[in-house]
Design a protein around this ligand. Structure first.
Ligand code: 5GP
Length: 198
């Protein structure tokens, strides 16, 4: 059995990554979402262990010391990190893993796993991004401004990604991501390994 593939998905806060990824995961049986740990407060509708592992700063620091993270970063005043064990076990079991992480974390993962596929999800326009962040109703105006500034910095780095998907509507974005994942599995290396196992 070949290892699963690691897909890094980054994109500005509010671009709609969670909705797109949820729909994508419903369609791709062999793909799993890596649930990150974070120190940020839980938003309405979020479930501990499903959307994030919500932990204290103290616990986060312990996990860093115990090398529990594949990567971690600070984002708009809170810590976010990817627990390593789940990702490694799932990849070894042949499952694809999707990481929804920001750009500093993506760089760390890329160094450790150069075979990871990096996908950037962008908004159709800046006005639309601001509208989405505002309509979510869960961020303060100050927080929204911080996230917009950050979004512009993030888009500047998108040329370092393998693909750029625009989330103008969920269905189109999901279709493109699905196609990217399928195409990555059609690379000769994997196909030749599969054939060699027969
Ligand atoms: P939010 O607070 O809106 O859920 O997420 C804020 C940002 O943190 C998003 O860009 C998201 O991709 C990123 N993020 C979520 N989990 C992780 C993680 O484990 N590591 C890193 N580096 N970023 C993460």
């Amino acid at each position: 059995m070949t290892q699963g593939r690691l897909f890094i998905v980054s994109g500005p806060s509010g671009v709609g990554k969670s909705t797109v990824l949820k729909t994508l995961l419903d369609r791709r049986e062999n793909a799993r979402f890596s649930v990150s740990a974070t120190t940020r407060p839980m938003r309405e509708g979020e479930v501990d262990g499903v959307h994030y592992h919500f932990i204290t700063v103290e616990t986060f620091r312990e996990w860093i010391a115990q090398e529990e993270f594949l990567e971690y970063a600070e984002y708009v005043g809170h810590f976010y990190g990817t627990p390593k064990k789940f990702v490694e076990a799932a990849l070894d079991a042949g499952q694809d893993i999707i990481l929804d992480i920001e750009i500093q974390g993506a760089l760390q993962v890329e160094k450790r796993r150069p075979d990871a596929v990096k996908i950037f999800i962008g908004p159709p326009s800046w006005d639309e991004l601001e509208r989405r962040l505002t309509s979510r109703g869960t961020n303060t105006p100050e927080d929204i401004q911080k996230r917009l500034v950050r979004a512009k910095v993030e888009v500047q780095t998108a040329h370092t990604y393998d693909y750029f998907v625009i989330n103008n509507n969920v269905e189109n974005a999901v279709r493109e991501l699905d196609a990217i994942m399928t195409a990555e599995h059609c690379k000769p290396k994997e196909r030749m390994e599969l054939l060699a196992d027969t």
